[in-house]
Design a binder for this molecule. Structure first.
Ligand code: 5AD
Ligand code: SF4
Length: 477
């Protein structure tokens, strides 16, 4: 999910003027005068960034821009960036070198940097990257048409203002690279947790929740247009909280989950990411009540050791985390849990690293996203602690975690052999157009031979006959 490859322009779009209708790329292009300006956008980082690019595409669509997959023919090149680890920033800088070579050949081309790196580096970006025209932070996308106008007049434009209110609630995203079946809905922005390793609170600002009725309207419109699964996105979905300014009525995450689940029993609902300190039993009971809320929870632990968790400012310790996992096992016995893990955090000892390994084993994660610690300028950890674990040790520990997680994933998947699951067909499998792929409620990718009369968006019962650490293989029953 993180440090992803770039994606290109839109396939399917939601027309914001007519909530509830899907505009296909061809219609979208037809809807514009030939010779209209073309934009190209690449996204890096988390799902939230990909979701933001869909907002950006919608804003550009409004002012007559047409998407293109071919960077060489674009008038406007945008790169939506990630700052989470140094490696992510290095990748972006490499891409910028390439875009700059295009600009040298075609001087009229506008190059813009969006997202977390824009926010982190602000004006410094223009000093470092001489050929960048636009620097736009995650809360300033409505200002893009104006900023692009300035850039076209030869000025270098920056807007990195963070907002306490902006949720882009009224903007229907243009669905980029969509399979037409599954979609992400952003439910909140920013983050008020201060995990000491993390740059997000600085790049994405204060936490704010989006109006739940706009979220339900978006889910409904997606369902009416053939989508069958939505993932509610936020840095910390469990602290979702919205208050009706007129009535004072409050909606928390359990409430929002229920409202979304009620859109239609055939619309699956997923969510990400949960924070162990905020994940309530209330949410778990809501999940248990609705078959269409998927039985899968991404609950990043980061470390299995309480001293390191304290230094990370996660505000829970290992016993607290274990008690959250036990609550999941009790209330949702068939749920799968996944995690994020960081190895080699400041001062981590071998024994503390062993605690992370034992946590992976004990929690029995279906899968994890695993990283070695990368110090980020300005974060609490960078200011307070020495980044004192040598890189080779960080990487060796990471490899140990990866090896163990692969074994745990394989075991988790093999335990499904012989069982039958309801799978939502997402499309052809990556390897063969004779097979479909889709996921179980537990978020496991499942591959099975096609049957005529079935199509993406249909639900099928699949009996699992084999498994790897990443995939279930089965047959329709
Ligand atoms: N170094 C390494 N990994 C990080 N993450 C966040 N910040 C850092 C960092 N400085 C990881 C965490 C988080 C995920 C999105 O990225 O595991 O949950
Ligand atoms: Fe997403 Fe965080 Fe990367 Fe920003 S820094 S793009 S919020 S993962």
């Amino acid at each position: 999910m993180y440090d992803n490859n770039p994606t290109l322009e839109g396939i399917k779009t939601i027309d914001e003027s007519k909530q509830g209708s899907v505009l296909f790329k061809e219609q979208w292009q037809d809807a514009h005068v030939p010779g209209g300006k073309k934009f190209y956008i690449e996204s890096y980082g988390c799902q939230m960034n990909f979701s933001d690019s869909e907002i950006v595409a919608s804003i550009l669509h409004e002012v007559g821009y047409v998407p293109t997959r071919d960077v060489e023919e674009s008038d406007l090149i945008l790169i939506n960036t990630c700052s989470i680890r140094e490696k992510a920033e290095d990748t972006v800088r490499k891409r910028l070198r390439f875009f700059e070579s295009i600009k040298q050949r075609r001087p009229g081309t506008v190059v813009g940097v969006l997202g977390c790196m824009a926010e982190r580096l602000k004006k410094k970006f223009l000093e470092e990257e001489k050929l960048v025209d636009l620097v736009v932070g995650p809360d300033a996308y409505r200002d893009l048409p104006n900023l692009i106008g300035g850039a076209e007049d030869g000025r270098r434009m920056v807007n990195v203002l963070l907002s306490r209110e902006e949720t882009y609630a009224d903007i229907s995203p243009v669905r980029l690279e969509s399979n037409g079946i599954t979609a992400f809905i952003s439910i909140m922005r920013g983050c008020d947790n201060m995990c000491s390793f993390c740059v997000v609170p600085f790049t994405r600002g204060r936490e704010r929740s989006r109006d739940p009725f706009s979220i339900v309207a978006e889910a409904t419109s997606l369902f009416e247009n053939g989508f069958r699964e939505v993932t509610l996105l936020g840095q910390n979905v469990d602290s979702y909280k919205w208050e009706n300014p007129e009535t004072g009525e409050q909606v928390n995450f359990a409430g929002l989950l229920e409202m979304t689940a009620q859109v239609h029993p055939d619309l699956r609902v997923r969510f990400s990411t949960s924070h162990p300190k905020d994940m309530t039993d209330d949410v778990l009971y809501t999940m248990a009540r609705y078959d269409n809320i998927c039985k899968y929870i991404h609950l990043p632990v980061q470390s299995g050791n309480s001293r390191i968790l304290e230094m990370m400012n996660r505000t829970y310790d290992r016993p607290w985390y274990e008690q959250r996992i036990e609550a999941i096992r009790r209330i949702l016995p068939d749920a799968a849990v996944s995690s994020d893990i960081i190895t080699g955090f400041c001062s981590e000892t071998e024994a503390e690293h062993q605690d992370t390994l034992s946590m992976v084993e004990w929690a029995g994660y279906s899968m994890s996203y695993m990283f070695y610690y990368s110090e980020r300028p300005g974060t609490l950890a960078a200011r307070k602690y020495a980044d004192d674990i040598p890189e080779d040790v960080k990487k060796r520990r990471l490899n140990e975690v990866i090896r163990l997680q692969n074994a745990v994933s394989l075991r988790h998947n093999q335990a499904d052999i012989g069982k039958t699951f309801r799978v939502l067909i997402e499309g052809d499998s990556r390897k063969s157009d004779k097979d479909f792929c889709g996921r179980t409620s537990q978020n496991k990718m499942t591959v099975f031979p096609k049957k005529e009369s079935l199509k993406p968006g249909d639900y099928v019962m699949v009996r699992v006959k084999d498994a790897t650490s990443a995939t279930l293989l089965g047959d329709i029953v």
